[in-house]
Structure formats: C-alpha cells, structure tokens
Design a protein around this ligand. Sequence first.
Ligand SMILES: [Zn+2]
Length: 59
Amino acid sequence: MHCPVCGEIYKNDDVVLLDEGNGTTHRKCYNKNSEQIKDVGSYREITNKYDFFESVRTP
Ligand SMILES: [Zn+2]
C-alpha cells in the first residue's frame, strides 16, 4: 500500500494513521480533522491488527 498524500510505498516502520474509512495515511502527511483517526501505529502494527489488511501484510 502507499500513502495517498505523498504517494510513497509504506515501510514497515513508518507511522501511519487509520481513518474512519479504514484508509491509511502517514502521520507526517495527515492534515485532516484528527477526530477521524481511529488508530495510529507503525505500518506493521496496523496491518497485523486489522483483518481487512490481511492481503497487504508483510512478513
Ligand atoms: Zn505520506
């Protein structure tokens, strides 16, 4: 997966936000209302925590 703001592919240790629509954005790239954030963590943590990311998990 990649960040919709900067277009870069996420690395496992990038800090990402999970928003209301279950979309992800780098924390450093996020500039919308913070109330829409559901979770925050490293890309690896977030993708391992939520089943809907199963197909994009990296070992
Ligand atoms: Zn980004």
